[in-house]
Design a protein around this ligand. Structure first.
Ligand SMILES: C[S@@+](CC[C@H](N)C(=O)[O-])C[C@H]1O[C@@H](n2cnc3c(N)ncnc32)[C@H](O)[C@@H]1O
Length: 223
């Protein structure tokens, strides 16, 4: 039997965690500061999971990554900074309006040569990578966009990842909706992720664990 344990309130934990994270890279910090006044700035990834995942990339000596959902390039910048000079991030987004904001920051950090931005629906970009025979070659895939296609993205990603490669989904709690029972009129994106989370938990192709950071991050290692 599990003994009940008390680790403080959610707010107390978050405050403590946030005050004990290492300093961000100065360019990541600058981009975050810029986005504080942007009307959509709140959709940027939270620095805590980004730091956890960056540490994993370093440990795995990752050289090939994919990101689904670039926005203004904060998380792409983190992956590029975590890889060696010959590392590559295939960065997928449909918006040049947002990605154009991030590009100068990639250049300032000296990692723009590692980021291969593809402006197209992510599913198309992932399919094109499979067609160009890159299956089984990626170390890490971060999914933070296109929730409606998350299941297709998961299946394509499992093809593209190498054995022991990692796929990480941001927003596994879907802004808290998935911590509650299903609504009759649940939003479609919430419903897609609810089903995908169950599928992943039962999927013998991966070893998966959800991190209780920010809006939840589902970290799945391909067996
Ligand atoms: C939550 S934001 C990504 C935040 C980013 N990871 C960061 O840390 O700043 C989601 C992004 O997904 C992009 N997106 C939406 N639908 C997409 C699709 N079908 N294919 C690729 N990107 C898509 C949006 O344009 C948006 O920039």
């Amino acid at each position: 039997m599990n003994h009940p344990r008390e680790y403080g309130s959610d707010q107390q934990r978050r405050t403590y965690i946030n005050s004990h994270m290492s300093e961000l890279h100065p360019v990541m910090k600058k981009l975050r500061q810029l986005m504080e006044t942007h009307p959509r700035g709140f959709i940027m990834s939270d620095p805590n999971p980004i730091m956890v995942l960056s540490n994993m990339l370093k440990l795995a000596a990752a050289k090939k990554c994919i990101e689904v959902g670039v926005f203004t390039g904060y998380s792409s910048l983190a992956w590029a900074l975590s890889m060696p000079e010959d590392g590559k991030v295939v960065a997928c987004d449909i918006s040049t309006e947002y990605t154009d904001i991030g590009k100068p920051f990639w250049k300032e950090a000296g990692v723009d040569h590692k980021i291969d931005l593809r402006i197209a629906p992510a599913v198309e970009t992932l399919q094109s990578l499979i067609e160009s025979e890159e299956s089984g070659t990626f170390d890490f895939i971060y999914v933070d966009g296109d929730k409606l296609n998350a299941d297709v993205i998961y299946e394509l990603s499992l093809k593209l990842l190498r054995t022991n490669g990692i796929i990480a989904f941001d927003n596994s709690f879907m802004h808290g909706h998935l911590l509650k029972p299903e609504d009759e009129d649940e939003r479609q994106d919430v419903s897609v992720i609810r089903k995908l989370n169950v599928k992943i938990q039962q999927d013998s192709r991966v070893a998966a664990v959800m991190l209780d950071v920010a809006d939840g991050v589902y970290v799945c290692r391909k067996n």
